[in-house]
Design a protein around this ligand. Structure first.
Ligand SMILES: Nc1ncnc2c1ncn2[C@@H]1O[C@H](COP(=O)(O)OP(=O)(O)OP(=O)(O)O)[C@@H](O)[C@H]1O
Length: 584
């Protein structure tokens, strides 16, 4: 039940519609039972050839109840669906708010297929919570209480029969079939998620799978996952049909029992014969309302699992945070307080003070006791071998991850006191992994400015031949690696930030083009803070300082000339690069 608490909270916010739904549902059910009960009485009375005027009230009641039933059913459907869609939209918004709080690293840990399944299938499944789990039992109990009270007035034997039949169809049969189906339903949910994950892996990895000749094997796994799911679903459907048959059967048997007991009561003089048809129709109509209860355990289980998956993403982050807090030494802990509305003014100065960071779930730290300073308006290059922690430094500056220990200050403000949005607004970032959306070049520039500014940015980035309406396929599939990088540079040139964070922005470009673009970026960032990450060591003499990293630590720091004179790690790296270039 704990898993469903967030859903209940969202339902509670729609309490007016919830109450109206229950009210209209109850009126609909009572009107239906009343309609058939009055009809049964009318048929019996008519068979006794009583004068028509003696039946006027019953005839009018039948007409009125038919009318009330139609109106109340319409209102019930209208209000219940309005409530459902509002609750669904709240749940969707909540889900995306949880995703937004996750850092890209935590997001990457969730399989995309599984995530897709959560946002589509699981959220959709939750629409059944109100419609099939929450209000039908309440309405049923209310209809049942009214009907049994009415029956009790005539005979407690008949009331007892209704009670037994209702317990059979609403409690015993659903519980029995639930136990029989439970394991299969759980398996089907897991298989569905597996299939979804297999499908996205197949689609996203299609090219690699084809080149590495693994496509047939992956297709076989996908087909197998599909067939297994279909088999499980077929078995579940068989069970559902069986349950429906059993349900109808109990309704019919109760109807026959009412006839038999009613006949016996009539012969004993305890019931008037004119009421027999009335009670038969009452019973059959009442049992029509128990049908939704057959599916109750199935929907309950499905919704419990869906709620767990939809609402667990935010909880995971919270649990990870607690775990991190517990594992860090108290004097080193960076307090994750709620960021206040502190703003960053002017060019940004950055200070790393003994910063260490380990990616969640990793044993080895990506950064280890890193200390360096980037003065406001300066140009800094961070270099080092692959995996030395350069990109991680940028992720921490962007607030995408929080340091495990130590402190990062932007303009002397501890980073955890800044809202990430404040940092992002201030930043012009080109990260290694850029996403390109299916649409046009204009859409992919991600800037809401006039066309001539967009065209100027494309030209500056060396994409003169591109037009704004040129199509871009999903993930930029129709762009070369170099074109993607230049499009990212055009994006960044359109931004108004004062802190430039560039992670290997030219790795797919030829040297002359890279040099030209670097000069252009430095010109655009004239009085602003500029951090350039690269494992190529060219163009670095234009920088005010160079930070050399190795295995998560800062090895050296200084100007180009200082580091070359020092003949330390930077000098050696430069020699290796030069030798490699000479060998070509
Ligand atoms: N998302 C992640 N989850 C776990 N470990 C990661 C993740 N990203 C990076 N790492 C690890 O952190 C360390 C530093 O990685 P980082 O990407 O910062 O290095 P880098 O110097 O930028 O490398 P490159 O030049 O190849 O881009 C590496 O050992 C890497 O395996």
């Amino acid at each position: 039940m704990r898993d469903l608490q967030p859903v209940l909270r969202h339902i509670w916010q729609e309490k007016r519609d919830v109450l109206l739904t229950v009210l209209f549902g109850w009126v609909t059910g009572l009107a239906a039972v009343g309609l058939f009960t009055a009809s049964g009485y009318l048929i019996s009375q008519a068979a006794l050839s009583v004068p028509v005027y003696a039946l006027m009230v019953v005839i009018a009641s039948v007409k009125l109840l038919g009318f009330i039933r139609a109106i109340a059913r319409y209102l019930e459907r209208y209000v219940s669906h309005r409530a459902t869609f509002t609750i669904l939209s709240r749940i969707r918004t909540h889900f995306f708010a949880q995703l937004e709080r996750l850092s890209p690293v935590r997001l990457q840990r969730l399989l995309y297929g599984d995530l897709l399944s959560r946002v589509v299938t699981d959220v959709e499944a939750l629409q059944h919570f109100f419609l099939r789990i929450f209000y039908p039992p309440v309405v049923l109990v209310l209809i049942f209480l009214a009907t049994v009270s009415f029956t009790l007035y005539f005979s407690w034997w008949l009331a007892l029969l209704l009670l037994v039949g209702l317990i059979m169809t609403t409690v015993i049969l659903p519980a029995l079939f639930h136990v029989l189906r439970q394991k299969r339903e759980q398996t089907a949910l897991e298989q569905q998620s597996q299939l979804s994950a297999e499908a996205t892996e197949l689609l996203f990895g299609f090219q690699e799978l084809k080149i590495y000749r693994q496509l047939a094997e992956k297709e076989r796994q996908f087909k197998q996952a599909n067939d297994t799911l279909i088999q499980t679903q077929a078995q579940i459907q068989k069970h559902e049909l069986l349950q429906q048959v059993a349900d109808k059967w109990v309704g019919m048997v109760t109807g026959f029992a009412v006839l038999a007991v009613g006949g016996w009561l009539i012969t004993n003089g305890q019931l008037e014969g004119v009421y027999l048809a009335m009670f038969l129709l009452l019973t059959l109509t009442l049992f029509e309302h128990t049908a939704p209860m057959a599916a109750f355990p199935h929907y309950f289980r499905e919704n419990k699992e869906a709620a767990r998956r939809v609402f667990s993403i935010g909880q995971q982050k919270e649990e990870e945070r607690k775990q991190e807090e517990e594992t860090c030494k108290p004097d080193n802990v960076v307090q994750v307080s709620q960021p206040a509305h502190v703003s960053l003014e002017g060019p940004v100065a950055i200070r790393f003070e003994a910063v260490s960071f380990t990616y969640p779930g990793e044993g080895r730290p990506a950064l280890n006791n890193v200390t360096f300073e980037v003065p406001a308006g300066s140009k800094t290059a961070i270099v080092g071998a692959s995996g030395s922690g350069k990109s991680t430094v940028l992720h921490l500056i962007l607030g995408l991850e929080q340091a495990s220990s130590g402190q990062i200050l932007l303009n002397d403000i501890p980073i955890d006191q800044l809202q990430p949005e404040v940092i992002w607004q201030k930043t012009n970032a080109v990260l290694q992994e850029q996403h390109f959306f299916s649409g046009t070049i204009r859409d992919n520039l991600l800037a809401d400015v006039e066309d001539d500014k967009l065209i100027a940015a494309l030209r500056q980035a060396g994409l003169d031949t591109f037009s704004l309406d040129q199509p871009v396929f999903d993930q930029g599939a129709n762009l070369s690696g170099g074109e993607k990088q230049r499009l990212s540079i055009a994006r960044v040139l359109l931004r108004q930030g004062q802190l430039w964070l560039l992670d290997e922005p030219f790795s797919s470009l030829d040297y002359p083009r890279a040099q030209k673009l670097m000069a252009q970026l430095l010109d655009a960032a004239r009085d602003q803070t500029f951090i350039y990450v690269s494992h190529h060591l060219s163009n670095l003499d234009m920088m005010d300082q160079i930070v050399v990293m190795d295995e998560g630590s800062v090895q050296e720091q200084g100007t180009y000339a200082q580091l070359m004179n020092k003949r330390g790690m930077f000098y050696r790296l430069k020699q290796v690069e030069q030798d490699a270039l000479n060998d070509r």
